[in-house]
Design a protein around this ligand. Structure first.
Ligand SMILES: Nc1ncnc2c1ncn2[C@@H]1O[C@H](COP(=O)(O)OP(=O)(O)O)[C@@H](O)[C@H]1O
Ligand SMILES: [Mg+2]
Length: 271
């Protein structure tokens, strides 16, 4: 059993999303999972990206903990099935389980709109059996129905973006999708935690200035702490960046990542 009791009595489900790739979504999921679990919360890591990078990280955590190879377990693709098989969760540590990415995720778009409603129901079932405090969900570029289904099921959304028009457009598209989830899809309490400026290069005046301009233009939508491009963050694939052992950027990288994780945790705990 992890140390802390449940955070306000329900599993707070967070989705990290932007249709643009390579902007730090998986990095944030990894580090937030480490951060939240280190604080003693019970965490469900969910990897809805067929690339499976988040899964590989969590499987390394599991291996480091000396746990044997797992048999058949509940996977992220099962969230989209009408009646998923009754399988155990994949535990990676005390109080840390994973819904792993599998190749079946690639088939979900073929199921069409019928997947809407399924993740919500299946997560309720998981929640009723396991007292998780948080679900941290990673997703890659997703087709429409899959995106609608997951936005209907989660409570919070974070949208990393870099200084690139495609990523900023992705943030605007998401705002529209969130409004639809709140109204048409029946998830009125879905909350946008915000756009997270990510991979910002401190040597480029233009990038740093653009973040400030976006904060001015979009106000509350942009999360105050920023994730700068740091070598230590790039290398910290399967351990917390605040445990990095070398490199000049490590203390800045650690502080910036912890600030973001703390900010997001605080916002979710307020609800
Ligand atoms: N703040 C950062 N500083 C340096 N490298 C980063 C940072 N965030 C992400 N990266 C690196 O950028 C690449 C893409 O990040 P990733 O988290 O996989 O993006 P996404 O999940 O959006 O595709 C990875 O190699 C990752 O290690
Ligand atoms: Mg990713």
């Amino acid at each position: 059993m992890a140390k802390q009791s449940r955070a306000n009595g329900y599993m707070k489900k967070q989705l990290v999303v932007n249709q643009k790739g390579g902007i730090g979504k998986t990095t944030l999921c990894r580090q937030q999972t480490f951060y939240t679990h280190e604080l003693g919360y019970r965490v469900l890591a969910a990897d809805l990206d067929p690339q499976g990078n988040f899964t590989r990280t969590m499987l390394q955590v599991r291996e480091r903990n000396g746990l044997p190879p797992a048999g058949e377990v509940m996977t992220a693709a099962h969230l989209f099935m009408e009646t998923p098989p009754d399988l155990p969760l994949l535990w990676c540590d005390d109080g840390l389980a994973l819904l792993p990415s599998t190749p079946e995720l690639l088939d979900i778009p073929t199921l069409g709109l019928q997947v809407i409603g399924r993740p919500r129901k299946i997560l309720e079932h998981i929640e009723s059996r396991n007292q998780f405090d948080f679900m941290i969900t990673d997703i890659g570029p997703a087709r429409l129905a899959m995106m609608k289904a997951i936005l209907q099921a989660v409570d919070f959304v974070v949208c990393p973006f870099d200084i690139d028009q495609d990523a900023i457009d992705g943030l605007h598209t998401l705002m529209h999708d969130i409004r639809e989830a709140q109204t048409v899809l029946g998830n009125p309490t879905l909350k946008m935690l915000g756009g997270l400026a990510s991979l910002i290069n401190t040597d480029r005046v233009f990038e740093v200035r653009s973040v400030e301009e976006l904060k001015q233009a979009m106000g509350d939508i942009i999360i105050p702490p920023v994730l700068y491009d740091r070598a230590a963050t790039k290398y910290a694939k399967d351990y917390p960046v605040w445990q990095s052992s070398k490199g000049i950027s490590k203390s800045k990288a650690a502080t910036e990542m912890r600030n973001v994780c703390e900010y997001l945790l605080t916002r979710m705990m307020e609800q």
